[in-house]
Each structure stands twice: as C-alpha cells, then as structure tokens.
Design a protein around this ligand. Structure first.
Ligand SMILES: Cc1cc2nc3c(=O)[nH]c(=O)nc-3n(C[C@H](O)[C@H](O)[C@H](O)COP(=O)(O)OP(=O)(O)OC[C@H]3O[C@@H](n4cnc5c(N)ncnc54)[C@H](O)[C@@H]3O)c2cc1C
Length: 312
C-alpha cells in the first residue's frame, strides 16, 4: 500500500462518520459552477476535527480552504489534495459589547449584514452584496461602495496549520489593502471580531441595505453564474473601463461570456468549462495589455491541476 492509500485508510478510521468525501465534484461548491474533482473534500465540524485531519495529512497533501466559493475557479482537472470547507458550527454571530461582535468564519456576509441591520448595528452594510463567507472576506479584504473588511476588522482567530495551534491576532498587524492581505496561507480563519456603530434606527439600516442591493442589481449580473469582478482594478483605473475600451465587449469562449451588463464580470451561460473561463480571461488580459499597456491581474483565485480535459 503506498503512502497516499495509508493516509486515506487512517483518515477513514479516525474520521469515520465525519464529513469526508473522496473524488468529489467541486462544481456545485463554487458560484461559477465549473471545475473538476477534489481528491479529498473535508467538512470539519469543529476545531478538533480540523486539527486531527491536518495531523493525519501531515503536510503530505496540499489543501485549499474553501469559503462560499464566490471568488474561486477550480480547474477542470480538479484539485490534487484536500479541499476543506468549515462546517455549520463555524456559522454564528455573537454580540460581545455595544461596539463589537464575533462572527464564525463560515458565516455568510449577506446574512451578517441583514442580521446586524436588524440588531441596531450599522457600518457593515457593504457586506449585503458580497455573497462570500467571513473567512473569504478577510482573506480577500472584500469591499464595496467605499468600504472594505479591514475598516471594521479588529481580531482574527485562526488555526495555524503548521502546528495545529489556535491563536488570535490583531488585524492591524497585517497588510490589508485593496483585494490583498498578508495573512499566510497556513492560517485557517475560525472567527473574527469586528467593530460596528450602534444605530437604533432599524428601518434606516435596512433601507441602506435595500438601496445598495438595488444599485447592484442594476449594474451587475448578480443572478448569473459568476465570481464577481474577474480582475482587480489597476491603480487609478477601472478594470471594466479598460476592458470595454479595448473592444472586448462581445468576447466569449464556449459558454463563457463577458457580461453585457458589467464588462469585468465573466459569466457561465450554462455548460462552460473552467478552461473556457480561464482562456477567455487570458484573451482579455492580452487584448487590454495590447491596447493600454496595462496587465490586468486576476481577482478570482484559480486553483487546481493545469490542463484540459480530454473531451474538451
Ligand atoms: C455576484 C458576486 C458579487 C461580488 N461582489 C463583490 C464585491 O462587491 N466586493 C468584493 O470584494 N468581492 C465581491 N465578490 C467576490 C467574492 O464574493 C469575495 O471575494 C468574497 O470575499 C469571497 O468569499 P468566499 O467565502 O466565497 O471565498 P472563496 O472563493 O471560497 O475563497 C477566496 C479566498 O479566501 C480564502 N478563504 C476562505 N475562507 C477561509 C478561511 N476560513 N480561512 C482562510 N482562508 C479562507 C480561500 O482559501 C481563498 O484564498 C462578488 C462575487 C459574486 C459572485
């Protein structure tokens, strides 16, 4: 029996009855609804589960922490390792004072925004249009309408996958800028502490959210299979404008299309492959660079084995 099979056996014996799957198709776990299989897909119920799992794989297997999959493109040939998705116990919100709350890393940002608004907590309305998890929002420093995660994030509790220890850090000690943070990839976020502004006017809080949603619905194809902004905005430029000015408006590849509503959104019209999406993105990068001299950088995380499926 080779070392990989021995590891699988150990996982099965120790994590029996737990949420562990082999060769699981990843498409339904991302917003783009494309991609191949993960060798292992693991849903830890709690920190102990997670620690036990990491001890068994003992750095012999690479892993990817998946939040809500709203900023991830898994390639068609799948992921050679373990995809870890935090389970339901990591989905909670607790007020700890009239200035701060704690939130589990698997909590959905849209759900959080509504919950806060209904509980007299203002400031984080921008989360109402971001369909990711808190873990993903921290890693990406997600933001919208002039606000971003770092403006409210105080502390992050994480599991250090190198030694299994749980630590709490201050967000201000790390770089958090536009769609970039310096948190090491070994950190698995478990919980975060955020500040908020007390505002007892619940109907005003909800009104602000509804206005943001309406604004988004009219400017972004949010009901499509998409990952939001495909590319980061270069300094002092808008990616959508560069794409539009480069004449990419009607670009498509297979069933991957550039949205007609927002030219920085790629959408899967149904049946697109990850390869279609990645190649379409590369075509856009190339065209924009030729036209403007600016190289667009992917905002979407592209994960997995490179290459094309035989039947593509
Ligand atoms: C319709 C639509 C609209 C969008 N609008 C916006 C917007 O306005 N602003 C914006 O910033 N983004 C936007 N996005 C992109 C996306 O929602 C954000 O980037 C979001 O923060 C990603 O969160 P996620 O949980 O889906 O992350 P995933 O795609 O699952 O993962 C993204 C990254 O976060 C890491 N990660 C996730 N959870 C953890 C964890 N617990 N510990 C450590 N690392 C973790 C992953 O490893 C990966 O590196 C939009 C996407 C869509 C589909």
């Amino acid at each position: 029996m080779d070392s990989k099979n021995r590891m699988y056996k150990k996982l099965q014996s120790l994590l029996l009855n737990r949420k562990i799957f082999y060769n699981l198709n990843l498409a339904s776990y991302t917003w783009l609804k494309t991609g191949g299989k993960a060798d292992i897909f693991f849903i830890p119920e709690d920190v102990n589960d997670l620690r036990k799992f990491l001890k068994i794989i003992n750095r012999n297997l690479s892993f990817y922490i998946l939040g809500a999959g709203s900023n991830t493109l898994f390639r068609d040939l799948g992921f050679d390792g373990a995809v870890i998705k935090l389970g339901k116990k990591f989905d909670y919100i607790k007020f700890i004072s009239n200035k701060e709350f704690r939130v589990g890393a698997a909590t959905n940002c849209i759900k959080l925004a509504r919950f806060l608004a209904k509980n007299c907590a203002a400031g984080l309305e921008f989360f109402s249009g971001i369909p990711g998890s808190i873990g993903g929002a921290i890693k990406m420093n997600a933001g919208a309408y002039g606000n971003e995660t770092s403006n409210f994030l105080i502390k992050v509790k994480f599991l250090d996958s190198k030694d299994g220890s749980v630590k709490e850090i201050l967000a201000k000690d790390y770089i958090m800028k536009y769609r970039h943070t310096s948190f090491p990839d070994e950190y698995i976020f478990l919980e975060a502490t955020f500040k908020y502004i007390e505002d007892k006017n619940i109907s005003e809080n909800l009104k602000r959210i509804n206005e943001l949603i309406l604004q988004r619905e009219s400017t972004q194809p949010i009901k499509e299979k998409t990952s939001g902004s495909t590319f980061k905005n270069p300094r002092h430029k808008k990616a959508w404008e560069l794409i539009q000015d480069s004449g990419c408006k009607n670009y498509k590849l297979g069933n991957a299309h550039l949205s007609q509503i927002h030219s920085n959104f790629i959408i899967n019209r149904g049946g697109a492959t990850s390869n279609d999406i990645e190649k379409l993105g590369e075509k856009i990068i190339d065209k924009v660079q030729k036209k403007s001299g600016i190289k667009l950088l992917w905002e979407i995380k592209i994960i997995g084995r490179k290459g094309k499926c035989q039947n593509d």
